[in-house]
Ligand binder design. Sequence first.
Ligand code: HEC
Length: 95
Amino acid sequence: MKQLLIALVFIASVACSTQLYIPTEVNVNKVEPATLTELQQGHDLYQNKCGKCHKLPKPASHTNPEWTKVLQVMAPKAKLNTEQSELIYKYLVNR
Ligand code: HEC
């Protein structure tokens, strides 16, 4: 019983920390055409630009059409240009 509790606490703590995926070859062209470099740039931009006002949502927390809408609203808030916004989108959907 005690082991079960420890396991649950462990799972909960892992699930709660925002663990952003690090892009690898697996993610290249997965959904949107994107090179590994583009995905790495998207990852960096996402971490640096989107975490200032709130916690970073997980890439899997929204569907791809939802991310398009979210970025339309959030890109101006984060002062992104079109290219930066596209890089973040590619990172988010090639999860
Ligand atoms: C200047 C502050 C600011 C920055 C920078 C910012 N956000 Fe937000 N974000 C907000 C605020 C305020 C809300 C909640 C109110 C709202 O929905 O407008 C929010 C809400 C959200 C939500 C929840 C909305 C929903 O529909 O569930 C998501 C997802 C999100 N932001 C993603 C992002 C992403 C991605 C970026 C980077 C491109 C970003 N945010 C950058 C201020 C910011």
